[in-house]
Design a protein. Structure first.
Length: 236
């Protein structure tokens, strides 16, 4: 498990391709790998990877399966690429963000960047299949960072997050450009609540459900909005 609090930026030092597998050697910030062991988990741009070898206190290697390369942004990394990293949480660790599994659900595309004073706003496009789980003031993980959704437009298919200078300093977000692809992990409890509500509506309403969905669409809503009152409190 990870906390979603990025601990630094690592750089891809070398890549080696083998059938169905790619190996990465990452160079970490000084001291990041101190005490790290083979078999330990590290979040790499939000993807949970296992340490396969160590190179002092500042570097380690990881193997990535072809499936993970295709489903995440890791397949596009090249030598010199920068990624967000976090070591696995220890028992009793403070959860400054929200619990993350390191299993990416989908990728989103950076549509727009705005830079109001002392802030950095990212608008990210997401498919309807996954936008149903995104609510303003709810949690979401982007490239391994736990962030709070500021705004979400389900019909237009986007959500926004606002980043403070400290977040930009500690992560790779400051270098992202419009069109870049980002790893997204949906907050699990929100997904469970939304799916439960949808299943309950389908079971109880049956053939009436399409009529309800049409009525809600006329008002710019969807059945997913019915889950909002059930969601557990989120940090603002």
């Amino acid at each position: 498990m990870f906390t979603g609090i990025v601990q630094g930026v690592a750089h891809v030092e070398a890549l080696t391709d083998r059938p169905g597998l790619r190996s990465f050697r990452l160079r970490f910030p000084p001291g990041f790998a101190q005490g790290l062991e083979i078999g330990a988990s590290v979040s790499c741009d939000g993807v949970c990877l296992t340490v396969t070898s160590l190179d002092g206190d500042d570097a380690a290697s990881f193997d990535v399966m072809q499936q993970s390369l295709g489903l995440t942004t890791l397949g596009g990394l090249v030598q010199g690429s920068a990624i967000n990293v976090e070591r696995a949480a220890k028992d009793g660790a403070e959860i400054g963000g929200h619990p993350l599994s390191g299993h990416i659900d989908v990728t989103g595309t950076l549509r727009e960047i705005r830079r109001p004073e002392n802030n950095h706003v990212l608008r990210i496009g997401l498919s309807p299949r996954w936008m149903r789980y995104v609510f303003a003031k709810g949690y979401i993980a982007i490239n391994g960072a736990s962030l709070t959704v500021a705004e979400a437009d389900r019909q237009a298919g986007w959500f926004e997050v606002w980043l403070i200078p400290e977040t930009l300093r500690q992560t790779t977000f400051g270098s992202k450009q419009v069109g870049d692809v980002l790893n997204i992990e949906i907050e699990r409890s929100t997904q469970v609540f939304v799916d439960t509500v949808r299943d309950a509506l389908d079971e109880r309403l049956g053939p009436l459900l399409p009529a309800l969905e049409a009525l809600l669409r006329e008002r710019g809503l969807s059945t997913d909005e019915l889950a909002r009152p059930m969601l557990p409190p989120q940090r603002g």
